[in-house]
Design a protein around this ligand. Structure first.
Ligand SMILES: O=C(CO)COP(=O)(O)O
Length: 260
């Protein structure tokens, strides 16, 4: 029998947003660490993005696992140090073991006035400090009753602006992850429809087509078990929110990624 070709590498992870207390974050992180061997054996990169307060404790838990779990931060400032009260330095994030920095989540754009210009500066700071930006993009409005192609076109136009702004700020050849998260699908009862996500993410990949660095495209927005199987034509992985609070769901997603 010919050798089984290596699986394509997938990626899955979760942001804890501001959901958990410190003690719950730590026990959750230990559970995530216990999934590391499964993820490694399944050719899946696993990441965890706790809040800032718990980053160092999570770093110490995750650094003791034989298989890697990538540690992420939910944001950063774009300067490395100085008089910027209340902000967090990308250099410090790197120092404590952060490897992924999430930028431009819909909640930050909507509630905290994050703009494409700011996100681009932050992406540059993340890359300058040797980490990977995970940039969230997505259209605000849910598809209306019109033709599906119009909804796809509108989503791609909104995402293109967000992506090109960030890409212009980072050197070609640097790694970047985009999370396609339709704003209307975040916090919903189910993810956006398969046809919509696959059509949009295929276009998003085209936008990055000329880049030399590795680009990975995730889907986020009410994702959970069963989502990846539907979307795998378009995406490299998933970015989970609430449905990862039950660690067993994340385990199921890794198992699905292994099978598909
Ligand atoms: O915002 C998200 C990931 O960044 C997704 O959140 P939910 O899965 O809870 O909708």
């Amino acid at each position: 029998m010919p050798p089984v070709p290596p699986l394509e590498r997938r990626i899955v992870g979760t942001s804890l947003k501001m959901y958990f207390s410190p003690s719950r974050t730590l026990s959750y992180t230990k559970n995530i660490a216990s999934l590391a061997p499964l993820a490694a054996a399944s050719n899946v990169d696993l990441f965890l993005i706790p809040d800032f307060l718990n980053l160092t404790s999570c770093a110490s838990i995750l650094s003791s696992t034989p298989d890697p779990v990538l540690l992420g931060a939910q944001d950063t400032y774009f300067e490395d140090y100085g008089a910027f009260t209340g902000e967090v330095s990308p250099q410090s994030l790197k120092d404590i073991g952060v490897s992924i920095v999430e930028l431009g989540h819909a909640e930050r754009r909507r509630l905290f006035g994050e703009t494409d210009g700011n996100i681009a500066k932050k992406a540059a700071a993340v890359v300058r400090n040797g980490m990977i930006p995970l940039i969230c993009v997505g259209e605000v409005s849910a598809p209306s009753s019109g033709p599906a192609s119009a909804a796809v076109g509108m989503a791609v136009r909104e995402c293109r602006t967000q992506m090109l702004s960030a890409l212009a700020a980072i050197p070609d050849g640097s790694e970047v992850i985009f999370a396609y998260e339709p704003v209307w699908a975040i916090g919903a009862s189910e993810p956006a429809g398969k046809d919509h996500v696959v059509a949009v993410t295929k276009e998003l990949r085209r936008i990055c087509g000329e880049r030399k660095g590795r680009v990975r495209i995730l889907y986020g927005g009410s994702a959970g078990p069963g989502t990846f199987e539907n979307l795998k034509e378009g995406v490299d992985g998933l970015f989970l929110g609430r449905f990862a609070h039950e660690v067993g769901n994340l385990e199921k997603v890794i198992e699905e990624m292994k099978r598909t």
